[in-house]
Design a protein around this ligand. Sequence first.
Ligand SMILES: Cc1cc2nc3c(=O)[nH]c(=O)nc-3n(C[C@H](O)[C@H](O)[C@H](O)COP(=O)(O)OP(=O)(O)OC[C@H]3O[C@@H](n4cnc5c(N)ncnc54)[C@H](O)[C@@H]3O)c2cc1C
Length: 219
Amino acid sequence: MGHAMTGRADLRQIPERGSREWEAAFRILDAGFLASVGFCVDGQPFVIPMLYGREDRTLYLHGARLSRLLRELGHGCQVCVSVTHVDGLVLARSAFHHSMNYRSAVAFGAATAIETPREKIRALHVLSDHLIPGRWNEVRGPNKTEITDTAVVAFAMEDVTSKERTGLPKEDEDDYGRPVWAGVLPLTTETQPLVPDDRLVPGVEPRDYARLFRERRGR
Ligand SMILES: Cc1cc2nc3c(=O)[nH]c(=O)nc-3n(C[C@H](O)[C@H](O)[C@H](O)COP(=O)(O)OP(=O)(O)OC[C@H]3O[C@@H](n4cnc5c(N)ncnc54)[C@H](O)[C@@H]3O)c2cc1C
């Protein structure tokens, strides 16, 4: 697929770990749900954690209509979004060669507010499905006031890069003989047993939300 070579998405450090392929970035974005959303207001950079839902090259973001963050994002400002998964600590025999196993994506583009209730609801459905598929259809949908009070922003990704490191430490040959433990401490985000709300209507059973959540993330 073609890319606009703007320079901002050129991979410089260890470029062989990186990619500018959309599919590689999509895998990383779909495995996550929390983005660091960066934007500038009057020369002041902000980086704010936000949920997202992906549909093709668009990430949908949402929040309170009155929040400053959503007001700024809705004005077509330039945005940089980053999503990271830490898969392990790489423990080497030398301090220098310690590293991390990770998958991360960085996307550049512009954000614009979604205005019509119908499009807002569709975007919120995408966002909800990105977290737990099917949950949207189980719950009461947003009413008129709730839709008005919710700001929804479409972030159109123009350039995207992804980087990934896997495997064992890469050491200087001389260090392999050192009597120091080396390898990887794997890290994962785990689901835990559900905690039911204490005002549940009797007899209401959950679906297997943990499995749905994991499967949506490709796990
Ligand atoms: C896991 C997670 C998911 C979230 N998902 C969403 C989402 O999908 N939509 C959404 O609107 N909000 C989300 N939030 C909250 C979001 O990060 C902001 O706090 C929120 O949007 C407030 O925006 P605002 O415009 O009112 O902030 P402002 O009032 O403009 O913020 C003022 C200042 O408060 C500080 N601040 C704001 N947010 C944070 C923060 N999270 N942590 C530390 N300092 C902060 C910053 O210094 C900022 O400049 C999420 C937070 C977390 C941790």
